[in-house]
Design a protein around this ligand. Structure first.
Ligand code: ATP
Ligand code: MG
Length: 356
């Protein structure tokens, strides 16, 4: 089977972590007998430099023609000047829009061997395995009107939180589907005691639940969910929520794992194509030093195998290899606080390849 994978290394540590992940995918190809056809394209700051555009048309065209997209990171101090009209992050937003992606998946697991790096108490770490499904296209980030004006001698600013039932239905349906092969529990997070959009969210989730008789659904208010992530994180399976609640809760949950460098993500829509990337940014402070942790990107490649290519055994082989390498005591610098030997980005990648 030949599959087309587009690589978007981007900025900062992006090229370093994508290079290791490509090598991991090549090993999967050799081990399982698949042909992956890779092509690399510019995005973000690198694309502003080369094409004056954070998402050149050639990049979008390649991504639309691909089976899946693996991205490193975009942004960095070089392009941070607020006076700039084009910014690296716009490339990522345009890519998601161009591929019709509306759900961001972020699995958060706490590896038992890295438990000492987690802020969770030792007795609350075991079994933490959460899949966040965050709505990506609606809510406060995109609602209209959005304005600032002078009125009666005061400055007034407005943002709008808007959702349609259809937007809620498609992302909640995806969350139920993803819960099937997991522990079959969905927590839908809202603020239905205050917000009309949340009341629509809750009603719609309850209605969609009728299609999924074998999955349990609970509703939770966002404030109490934020607390429960610290007090009882292992009681969650799949959490589905709107754009801004998801932004905040997933950053909170990311801390539980002990390092930003460990966690993968996927952005999906109705088709099988998706964009896979680590949750961390371009990490300019460590770029070019071969010390970045490639785990988040390698696990993103595993998600790519599972969700876009339908290769479940292959995805599990990558995840097991990462677990084995961490169990063996191998670490990158950011994980070294938890004890063990600190390897370079490429040496850690080589260990994962050997374990596959
Ligand atoms: P963004 O604005 O793109 O969200 P950020 O400001 O959240 O980025 P990151 O670039 O993610 O910041 O970096 C935050 C901190 O985490 C930095 O100190 C960085 O070095 C560290 N970090 C991020 N990714 C990794 C990684 N893969 N390995 C090791 N350390 C990392
Ligand atoms: Mg950030």
């Amino acid at each position: 089977m030949t599959k087309k994978i587009v690589l978007l290394p981007g900025d900062g540590v992006g090229p370093e972590v994508v290079r290791e992940s490509r090598a991991v995918l090549e090993q999967v190809g050799r081990t399982f007998g698949h042909t992956f056809e890779f092509s690399e394209h510019a995005i973000g700051g690198a694309a502003i430099d080369s094409h004056d555009d954070p998402l050149p048309k050639s990049t979008l065209d390649a991504c639309q023609a691909a089976d899946a997209v693996l991205l490193g990171a975009v942004g960095g101090p070089k392009w941070d000047d607020p006076k700039r009209k084009v910014r690296p992050e716009q490339g990522l937003l345009a890519l998601r829009r161009g591929l019709g992606l509306y759900a961001n998946l972020r699995p958060v697991r706490v590896h038992p061997k890295l438990a000492s790096a987690s802020p969770l108490k030792a007795d609350k770490v075991e079994g933490v395995d959460i899949l966040f499904v965050r709505e990506l296209t609606g809510g406060l980030y995109f609602g209209q009107p959005r304005l600032r004006e002078q009125r009666d001698g005061k400055v007034r600013a407005v943002d709008t939180l808007e959702y349609t039932d259809e937007e809620v239905r498609r992302v909640v349906r995806l969350a139920f589907r993803l819960a099937g092969p997991r522990r079959k529990r969905v927590t839908s997070v809202d603020k239905a005691n205050v917000l009309e959009s949340s009341r629509l969210w809750r009603e719609t989730a309850t209605e969609v639940h009728k299609e999924f008789a074998d999955i349990a659904l609970e509703h939770q208010l966002v404030d109490s969910c934020a607390m429960r992530l610290i007090t009882a994180a292992r009681s969650f399976d799949v959490i589905v929520t709107e754009n801004m609640f998801g932004d905040i809760l997933t950053d909170e949950a990311a801390v539980l794992a002990g390092s930003l460098g460990l966690l993968p993500s996927a952005s999906l829509g109705d088709g099988t194509n998706g964009v896979y990337e680590p949750i961390h940014g371009s990490a300019p402070d460590i770029a070019g030093k071969d010390i970045a942790n490639p785990t988040g990107t390698i696990l993103s490649a595993a998600m790519l195998l599972r969700h876009s290519l339908g290769l479940t055994a292959e995805a599990e082989a990558v995840e097991r290899a990462v677990d084995d390498v961490i169990n063996s005591g191998a670490r990158t610098a950011d994980m070294a606080g938890a004890g063990g030997e600190a390897l370079s980005t490429s040496a850690f990648g080589q260990r994962v390849i050997a374990a596959i």
